[in-house]
Design a protein around this ligand. Sequence first.
Ligand code: ADP
Ligand code: MG
Length: 383
Amino acid sequence: MIKAPGYLETQKGYGRAERTVWQAGRKKRTDMDRTEEIEETGTAKDVLILAVESSCDETAASVVKNGREVLSNIISSQIALHTTYGGVVPEIASRKHIEKINQVIEEALCEAKVSLHDITAIAVTYGPGLVGALLVGVSTAKAISLAADIPLVGVHHIEGHISANYIENKELEPPFICLVVSGGHSHLVAVKDYGEYEILGRTRDDAAGEAFDKVARAIGLGYPGGPKIDKVSKEGNAEAIAFPRAKVADSVYDFSFSGLKSAVLNYLNQCEMKGISVCQADVAASFQKAVVDVLVEHSMQAVEEYGLRKFAIAGGVASNSSLREAFVRECSRRGIAFYSPSPIFCTDNAAMIGTAGYYEYCKGVRHGYDLNAVPNLRLGERV
Ligand code: ADP
Ligand code: MG
């Protein structure tokens, strides 16, 4: 259980209207206190963000100092739990988040060697994601914000993924082009400034990670598919099977992966009908190459056309070794600076939320206790 200063105080039964006034007063005083502190000491204090992430199947908390220094990064993954069902079961995910969230936050504070007294603001993912899962993080962050009198900052999950690039690349500043490829999203984005995004392309059907997971299941690798296909592909021939590279007629930057997924399923059916044995590694490698080729081609086209010589990748699929190698090669050939987070910051984590939250906090973003989970929150949208 997290021991927050002022916790008992907040147990008094305030009515809705009274509570709003009381919170507003508390928030104002808190911000003023901080300004006074800076004026008194003459130096800006470190900004410590406590970040919480629970949008899908990872319960995560982190403490991030001044936006780019990760003091702790605790992730409780539910992968083993969902493997039995071949994918994430939303109801189970929510229940597990409730069980884990306090423990994960406590660990994050403990590892960072700080207490809630030291925290400047609490950042939390409020969308997009599974509504029940998001609600656990949002409710917990609101409770801590209220009890410990810490400002609350809601963060967009995909903005978090993009911001993961700032953690290890201290020199990286917008503008740059970023490819976000995860289990639920595939976006090609122009990052114009901190918190300012223009979506150039998106998937018309399956997300890249979703395609990895579905194909992995079809060839008997199981869940989660991405890392397994990545591994098994190293033993296979990527030229063995000619899978299609889909183009979307009216948008050069959009993606479509459902045709590729169907092509893999058709290939497997045909092999079965003809009694031909399937080489799992060749199918995996050929499928992976088809995804990588499309992602690289579209991304490089965007980088060249927008004249930005900086390119970054983000999201779970960005940890794919073949994709990373392809981008390293292609960017170096074209003289483009390439950025990628370490795999631990590619898949869901709270450090990336802390980084995105820091820039939101610096811009003056503060959320009230009416902050809600927004499962379909669009990139760049502010609620
Ligand atoms: P989301 O935010 O949509 O929940 P994550 O960012 O956590 O997704 O990424 C999870 C997705 O990334 C899954 O679809 C998983 O299969 C995929 N993934 C993880 N590692 C790899 C890898 N090495 N190669 C390809 N895909 C991967
Ligand atoms: Mg994610």
